[in-house]
Design a protein around this ligand. Structure first.
Ligand code: EPS
Length: 387
């Protein structure tokens, strides 16, 4: 695994930290580039009050000099503005003050109860602070660096929302990148902003009812060369690696690649993507039901991944739970939350796909500095053309 990263940080702690290792030297990188990705993650109609407080920005702590990577670990921090309001309740040292009210009414669907049992915590805040999807801001920072890296090889990663709740307007046929660009102009990342009104109405209705919503989004990568990942071992398969990365995003409960579940009910001839060759494209597939992977290896076709996100577990219309001290039946505790965060999750999905692809690319080509990796990839692309 050439690319490794860790994140740290509680939702209402001082900040989120990440350390990314494996990016070659001499990659041009700016905080502005990463901050734009962080901004994209904060958007989306239906987010909660927290997004009005934060304006996420990275500060580099290592790995960069005069706008270029050094090949050393890149450490970044995103300070939480909300920390100011939580200093007493989230103090790193000392004894809890009287302001600290333990969270003892676990929310069904959040990590509260399972985490409390696992780590023997009687204040479930000690679990929920880290389980919160706030952590994904750090992943988006890491993913942004990987995106910047992939761009150097003509690889673009994007996403769009397919549905929120039961609302799934038909998707226009069209280029994936075009859909992504249209999604950028929508308040819910749906690739047809003229539909925004319907989505907004649905979200407002859910909010009024004390409800939350889930949905489905698609993440894709174009320009990926064939040959990343491998069929030779289970953990080298690129589709397995992508699925794991996507499933690791908070609240994701389903991942499909290409046609996914739909393919199971079709005949083989309807599913498999016929092979073609042309002077300008080289090998290609006449369609892309398999979402850019065959046998655990990228095929050169766009990688297309679909993710299902469950509704956010914090509900104003709280569900039944149990008070962990008295064992009484109670309504679950409430925290400030979003009504829906699918548009944000799709940006996180982009980050995770970028991380997996940067890792797989470096695994195949190796190299410690950008010029070296680029030369190898270019030579390989020539080889593929002539194959
Ligand atoms: C989030 C920050 C959180 C939540 C949300 C994601 O901030 P706060 O808890 O202060 O409102 O808005 O987290 C959840 C929905 C969750 O279930 O944990 C963010 O930065 O994305």
């Amino acid at each position: 695994m050439p690319i490794r990263f860790l994140t740290a940080g509680e939702s209402h702690g001082k900040g989120l930290v990440c350390v990314l290792e494996g990016i070659p030297a001499n990659l041009q990188l700016s905080s502005e580039y990463i901050n734009e990705e962080l901004r994209r993650r904060q958007r989306g109609y239906g987010r909660g009050g927290r997004m009005k407080i934060e304006s996420d920005k990275v500060e580099f702590l290592s790995g960069l000099r005069f706008g270029k990577t050094l090949g050393s670990p890149i450490a970044m921090v995103i300070w939480n503005k909300d920390w100011e309001n939580w200093q007493d309740k989230m103090a790193y040292e000392g004894e809890p003050s009287e302001k600290v009210v333990p969270f003892t009414r676990p929310r069904p669907g959040h990590a509260d109860l399972s985490g409390g049992i696992k780590y023997n915590q009687r204040d479930l805040r000690n679990i929920l602070e880290r389980a919160s999807a706030r952590e994904t801001a750090a992943r988006v920072a890491v993913g942004a660096v990987c995106k910047r890296f992939l761009e150097e090889f003509g690889i673009r990663v994007g996403s769009y929302v397919v549905s929120l709740g039961k609302l799934q307007p038909p998707l226009e046929e069209g280029e994936l990148l075009k859909r992504h660009e249209l999604a950028e102009t929508s308040q819910v990342r749906f690739p047809d902003p003229s539909r925004d009104g319907e989505f907004i109405e649905l979200i407002d209705e859910a909010r009024e009812k004390g409800e939350s919503l889930g949905g489905v989004f698609e993440v894709f990568a174009v320009g990926v060369p064939p040959g990343l990942g491998s069929h030779i071992q289970w953990d080298k398969r690129i589709d397995g690696r992508i699925a794991q990365a996507m499933m690791s995003i908070q609240a994701i409960k389903g991942v499909e690649i290409g046609g996914g579940f739909e393919l199971a009910s079709k005949f083989g001839s309807e599913v498999h993507d016929e092979i073609g060759w042309s002077e300008d494209r080289g090998y290609f597939r006449h369609r892309n039901n398999l979402g850019g992977t065959e046998g655990g290896i990228t095929s050169g076709m766009p990688i297309v991944v679909r993710c299902a996100m469950k509704p956010i577990p914090t509900l104003t219309k709280a569900l039944r739970s149990v008070e962990i001290n008295t064992k009484e039946e109670v309504r679950a505790g409430k925290e400030r939350s979003d009504v829906v965060a699918v548009p944000a999750a799709s940006v996180v999905g982009e980050a995770m796909l970028a991380i997996v692809l940067a890792d797989a690319l470096l695994e195949k080509f190796g190299g410690d500095f950008m010029e070296e990796v680029k030369e190898r990839v270019e030579r390989y692309r020539e080889y593929v053309k002539d194959y």
